[in-house]
Ligand binder design. Structure first.
Ligand code: HEC
Length: 119
C-alpha cells in the first residue's frame, strides 16, 4: 500500500495539492466563510491560468494573497481586475476580462484568494 491515501481518480498526478482538492470538491474544501468565492472560481475559467500555489500563465493565488493585504480596498481592486482584465502588474501576460461576472461574485472570489495568506 502507498503511504499516502489518494482517492483521486486522476492517478497520473503525483502531487495532489490544494488546487486538486478545490477542483475535486467543487470548491467546498475552502474555509466556510470563503466557500462561495472558491465555488465560483471552480465554476469559471480561472483554473486555466491560475493555480493555488504554482505560477501558470497568471500568478498563483498564494502569491497574490502575499502581495496584497486583506482589506476592503484590495478586495474591490481585485474584483475590478477580475471583471475588466488587464496586465502589466505581474508578468507579460494579460488577464482576460470576465464581463459576465457581477461585482458581488468577483468580490467573493477576490476575498477567497486574499484569505489564503491571511487566516
Ligand atoms: C487567460 C488567462 C487568465 C484567466 C482565464 C484568468 N486569469 Fe487572473 N490573471 C491572469 C494574468 C496573466 C494575471 C496577471 C495580470 C497582470 O500582470 O496585471 C492575472 C491576475 C489575477 C489577479 C491579480 C490581479 C492584480 O491586480 O494583481 C487575480 C485576483 C486574478 N487574476 C483572479 C482571477 C480569477 C478569479 C479568474 C476567474 C474568474 C481569473 N483570474 C482568470 C490570467 C488569467
Amino acid at each position: 500500500m502507498a503511504a499516502t491515501a489518494c482517492h483521486s481518480s486522476q492517478s497520473h498526478r503525483d502531487h495532489p495539492n490544494a488546487t486538486d482538492s478545490l477542483i475535486n470538491t467543487g470548491g467546498t474544501a475552502a474555509p466556510p466563510g470563503y466557500q462561495r468565492g472558491a465555488v465560483l472560481i471552480t465554476h469559471n475559467d480561472c483554473f486555466t491560468c491560475h493555480r493555488i500555489d504554482t505560477k501558470l500563465r497568471g500568478p498563483s493565488y498564494l502569491d497574490i494573497s502575499k502581495k496584497y493585504g486583506f482589506n476592503e480596498g484590495n478586495v474591490e481592486n481585485l474584483a475590478h481586475k477580475i471583471i475588466y482584465g488587464g496586465g502589466g502588474l505581474w508578468d507579460t501576460a494579460v488577464m482576460t476580462p470576465h464581463p459576465n461576472l457581477v461585482e458581488e461574485d468577483a468580490k467573493a472570489m477576490a476575498a477567497y484568494i486574499l484569505s489564503l495568506n491571511h487566516q
